[in-house]
Design a protein around this ligand. Structure first.
Ligand SMILES: N[C@@H](CCC(=O)N[C@@H](CS)C(=O)NCC(=O)O)C(=O)O
Length: 220
């Protein structure tokens, strides 16, 4: 049995959670409270970098959300969430990497403050650029790379839907808006959807983690 270490509010863990549900893989959930569970010696043996998500499958430990998703795709190939055609595969990987490298870092300042600081204004401009690029990637397709859900949709869609909790209006991006509606219509997305209260909890937790990180950087 596969053990899944996660917290329902963690965006990185949600990627893996959605992949497990879409592939209908049975798992034993271990919910981690991020105010200390991740520092416990038993968990540090699973992930010495104290991050969720992590899985242990038949004794094999895998950490890092994108690596876990690739592992699940290879080990449990049906239904396939990774196209083989070169163009579609490139689109999926672009969506994943742009979410990790361009979109997610812009979400952090928006979570940290609601004020329109220069940092927040810049973050919103960068987000606009990413959303326009995602619209191009989608084109007339229902999903990134074609007519079936992919790992690219899971990673990018999860990041983009988070923006709606941060008052980013998706109606200016009609392709993105209908793609998000399509994703939210899926059983797995409905099962994992965050309520507004969940989001406020997540926001408070992230603010604490950012402050702790800034403090430890000052001390170094
Ligand atoms: N690159 C990692 C990032 C994982 C990550 O940052 N997880 C956060 C939750 S979203 C976490 O575990 N934070 C707790 C900590 O850093 O102590 C991945 O994609 O899996």
């Amino acid at each position: 049995m596969l053990t899944f270490y996660y917290n329902p509010l963690s965006p990185n863990a949600r990627r893996v959670w959605l992949t497990l549900l879409e592939k209908r893989i049975d798992f034993e959930p271990v919910v981690m409270k991020l105010d200390g569970d991740q520092m416990q010696p038993e968990f540090l043996q699973v992930n010495p970098f104290h991050h969720i998500p992590a899985i242990v499958d038949d004794g094999l430990r895998v950490i890092e959300s994108l690596a876990i998703m690739d592992y699940l795709e290879a080990k449990y190939p049906q239904p396939s969430l990774l196209p083989k055609e070169p163009e579609a595969l490139a689109k999926v990987r672009m969506a994943q990497m742009l979410t990790a490298n361009e979109l997610s870092p812009q979400i952090v300042p928006l979570i940290y403050t609601s004020e329109e600081s220069p940092k927040v204004i810049q973050a919103k401009q960068n987000i606009d650029q990413v959303l326009k690029f995602f619209s191009e990637l989608l084109g007339d397709n229902a999903y990134i790379g074609g007519d079936r859900l992919t790992l690219g949709d899971i990673v990018a869609g999860n990041g983009v839907i988070l923006l709606t909790y941060l008052e980013i209006d998706l109606s200016n991006y009609p392709t993105i808006k209908s793609w998000c509606d399509r994703l939210m219509g899926r059983e797995s997305w409905q099962k994992t959807a965050m309520s507004t209260e969940d989001f406020q909890l997540f926001r408070r937790r992230v603010r604490v983690l950012i402050r702790q990180r800034m403090q430890s950087m000052k001390e170094k």
